[in-house]
Design a protein around this ligand. Structure first.
Ligand SMILES: Cc1ncc(C[n+]2csc(CCOP(=O)(O)OP(=O)(O)O)c2C)c(N)n1
Ligand SMILES: [Mg+2]
Length: 801
């Protein structure tokens, strides 16, 4: 481990201007924190979490941070963002107020609370910017340590760009893999499993990652003694230190108030990571929180007098100032003068941000008031309308809720009057204009979204042979890897043996260990690898061995990947493909299908459930033409079933959001997906023998769901609906029913009660009997349909039970 201490040898002749500039950035940032807190306490902003007490190390990090580099950090990093020129005073306050205009709040267009930072990787049309020409920050998320998994992938991308031939010319994303991924995390958040998982994985992978731990000894009110063994993260990570015999980390320890030592530490870290592709941990100690954790509490409640006094003394900004004076960088008076000027600047920036935030809303307020005034004149309820108008106009600094609420209340009063039309139209138009500010960009809005790809059917030779279906998948991956050099796949057992079901057999030999890779058993960071690499222009396919183990990764899918486009208002994308296999096999953890949980946790990621390997391969081919993330769940029991080998392998495409009718029928519509369809088909055959003619629809993609509303077309014919699902009762079947009945107005066409047939509420038991008694069987399906038809025609179909 390297202990960096100030050598006080920076030549002030050379560095004076730069240091003064640094000081000004730190003071600006501090003043923003101080004023920001006031804005919250006076009610202008909802919540504030600031970077005070962490300014100086961030100046050092910014100096070592080069174009093309990426940050993956957390809410304390405002000084860093200012120092790399990606956030100014006005933007800081715009974020605090929640300004919904991306021009004003470039971090998230008001979608994230202040302190969650991002840069723009995409142009307005969704195409990539040149990322090596700019300094990049992946978009922050709030869950502590949630920034860690993607950091691993951001760093790994450099490794891939440096080592994989054929993509080295992708200069928009990398110059020979020289880019560093810089992580920041609070000391207390290192208690999270995601931190340790990432640390270990980065050591194994030997990627250019510099991880800074901002250590202020606390996590809100909880002291390090409750967080970290030995109260010291670099102490306990010592075993990761590289030496002559084994690869590992370079671990550096430095005091957060020691400016020259910090500069040296960060220079050294950058050199090691950039040139050698070795991960570095910088433990930045002795940091403080001058205003406590956030605006929701005060730290005087849990820090004693001695600690508070120490924090005042060792405030990094104060120490930097003392050092500047001691080294004759500037006099006390000069620095005081700078502070006075900056205070004024921050105040002005804050005012400008507030005005920019409220002005458009005030105009909307005026607009509604004039509509209300004209309606009031000819209304029997003039007095009431005037009351609402007066209340609204008395709000000096309205928010949009105030405006819309007044309009909607008045609409109720005048529902029987002529003015209703005008006001209803105003409300509709206003909502149409404003709603996207809060709801756009959940998915890609570019011309490469999933709906941009046309279906291409598989083609077959006349006497095409039936092969093990895993060969269709394998040959399709082969075609993909040779067609797209930026694709790569990684997962447990995915490399050497070519995945547990041999769908990647021989691929590592052919495409190398960087592109077809085994990884450790660590689902969350497998996902993170995928997110990070996709953020840097690669096309990763992250493999989760079994669907049941997706739970380990679902937090990061839900919090990070699913929200990415949304939380950056379309300024970042990670078109990651997550490959897994699931549905019916054997036992509690090998045959689950928690689809309801999955589809509800990851809105923002497409969820595709192909019934066979040809369909699955077609989904991969489609997805690689788009810029959106998706989860593809292959049928675990389908690899050894026979399918015909298509001639246009790698080219055929399964459309996304489109259902397929597998069998036409006139009596009832059976809706299902995945492995269960085979049982549905069997039941339908047996039902036909007694004259019940069922129509079978394969959903194929749960998200997006039947965008053409084809299921409705079936219901107009059959007037009856049964949804068959292997999830728990009320799981995915509830979603499917909601889509058909509510979204597609399916209830209008029904003559019988719409029904669902799901698995038992418990996890499926082991073995064939376990499956039979836990999940819907062909007999269950037969009997359920029969019972529905028995109610319709009891004479023809007398009750079975
Ligand atoms: C998963 C998760 N749990 C809890 C929280 C609430 N929370 C926000 S910040 C924080 C403390 C973090 O402390 P530390 O990592 O030391 O960072 P610091 O704020 O001290 O810089 C907690 C518990 C959260 N955001 N995410
Ligand atoms: Mg802390």
């Amino acid at each position: 481990m390297t202990q960096i201490a100030s050598k006080k040898e920076l030549s002030f002749e050379d560095f004076k201007t730069e240091i003064i500039n640094d000081f000004k950035i730190a003071v600006t940032s501090r003043e923003c924190s101080l004023l920001g807190r006031r804005e919250v306490l006076t009610g202008k902003a909802k919540f504030g979490i600031f970077g005070d007490g962490k300014e100086v190390p961030q100046l050092a990090m910014a100096k070592a941070f080069k174009n093309g580099d990426f940050r993956s950090g957390y809410y304390r990093d405002q000084t860093f963002m200012m120092a790399i020129g990606q956030m100014n005073i006005q933007q800081f306050f715009a974020g605090l107020y929640g300004h919904t205009d991306i021009e004003h709040d470039p971090m998230s267009a008001g979608r994230q609370m202040g302190g969650h930072f991002a840069t723009h990787s995409l142009n307005e049309d969704g195409s990539w910017k040149n990322l090596v020409m700019q300094k990049n920050s992946s978009a922050d998320i709030s869950p502590t340590a949630g920034q860690m998994p993607r950091l691993l992938g951001l760093a790994q991308a450099s490794k891939i760009y440096r080592n994989v031939t054929g993509i080295n010319n992708k200069t928009n994303f990398s110059i020979n893999g020289n880019e560093i991924a810089w992580g920041t995390i609070g000391n207390a958040s290192t208690s999270e499993g995601l931190f340790f998982e990432t640390i270990n994985a980065a050591g194994v992978l030997q990627v250019p990652m510099v991880m800074s731990v901002w250590d202020d000894e606390y996590g809100i009110s909880v002291h390090a003694r409750h967080q970290t063994t030995k109260e010291n993260i670099s102490e306990i990570l010592k075993g990761f230190q590289r030496d002559n015999d084994s690869k590992g980390y370079e671990i550096i320890r430095v005091k957060g108030w020691d400016y020259p030592a910090l500069i040296t530490a960060y220079e050294q870290a950058a050199q090691i990571a950039r040139e050698e592709h070795v991960p570095v941990l910088i433990h930045v100690q002795e940091l403080t929180q001058p205003q406590g954790h956030s605006t929701s509490g005060s730290h005087e409640r849990y820090k004693n007098e001695a600690r508070l006094a120490w924090e005042a003394d060792f405030d990094c900004l104060r120490q930097m100032k003392l050092w500047m004076i001691a080294t004759n960088m500037a006099s006390q008076e000069e620095l005081d003068e700078m502070e006075t000027v900056i205070k004024k600047e921050v105040l002005e920036g804050k005012k400008a941000a507030w005005n920019a935030f409220v002005e458009p809303i005030k105009n909307e307020q005026k607009e509604l008031l004039s509509v209300l005034e004209s309606i009031a004149k000819s209304s029997d309820n003039e007095v009431f309308i005037q009351k609402y108008s007066a209340d609204l106009s008395s709000i000096k600094e309205p928010i949009r809720k105030d405006i819309l609420l007044a309009a909607r209340k008045v609409l109720r009063i005048i529902v029987k009057e002529n003015g209703r039309n005008e006001l209803a139209k105003w409300i509709t138009d206003y909502t149409k204009k404003i709603q996207p500010k809060f709801s756009s960009n959940l998915f890609s809005e570019s011309d490469k979204n999933v709906f941009s790809v046309k279906e291409v059917l598989p083609t077959y030779d006349e006497n095409a042979e039936q092969v093990d279906a895993r060969l269709v998948i394998r040959d399709n991956f082969d075609a993909i890897f040779s067609k797209y050099p930026e694709t790569l796949i990684f997962g447990e057992d995915a490399g050497n043996i070519g995945d547990v079901n041999q769908g990647l057999e021989g691929m590592q030999e052919k495409y190398g260990e960087h592109r077809v890779a085994d990884v450790g058993i660590r689902e969350a960071t497998i996902l993170g690898q995928g997110i990070g690499m996709a953020l840097r222009g690669l096309r990763p396919i992250a493999e989760i061995q079994y669907l049941d183990y997706l739970l380990y990764a679902i937090q990061i899918m839900s919090d990070d990947l699913a929200t990415l486009q949304y939380r950056t208002r379309g300024k970042q994308k990670a078109p990651l493909i997550i490959r897994t296999r699931g549905h019916r096999l054997e036992g509690i953890w090998h045959s689950g299908s928690p689809m309801g949980m999955i589809i509800n946790a990851i809105r923002g990621i497409h969820v595709l459930v192909p019934r066979n390997m040809t369909k699955a391969a077609g989904f991969y081919n489609t997805l690689l033409e788009t810029d959106e993330p998706a989860l593809v769940i292959e049928c675990l029991n389908g690899y050894r079933l026979k399918e015909k080998m298509p001639t246009n392998i790698g080219e055929f495409k399964t459309p996304i959001g489109v259902v397929e009718t597998l069998k036409e029928g006139k009596d009832i519509t059976l809706v299902s997906y995945g492995s269960t369809l085979r049982l549905v088909e069997q039941a339908a055959k047996e039902l036909l023998e007694i004259g019940i003619d069922a129509e079978i629809i394969d959903i194929q993609s749960l998200l997006p769901f039947d965008v053409n509303h084809d299921i409705i077309k079936s219901l107009t014919k059959t007037n009856r609906l049964l949804v068959i699902d292997e999830d728990v009762p009320g799981g995915a079947s509830a979603f499917i029913l909601q889509q058909i009945l509510d979204e597609q107005n399916g209830y209008k066409h029904l003559d019988s009660k719409p029904e669902t047939l799901a698995a038992k509420a418990h996890r499926p038991a082991y073995g064939t009997d376990g499956d039979y008694f836990s999940k819907p069987s062909a007999e269950d399906i037969y009997e359920k349909v029969y019972a529905i038809m028995s109610e319709v025609n009891p004479v023809k179909y007398p009750s079975l039970f």
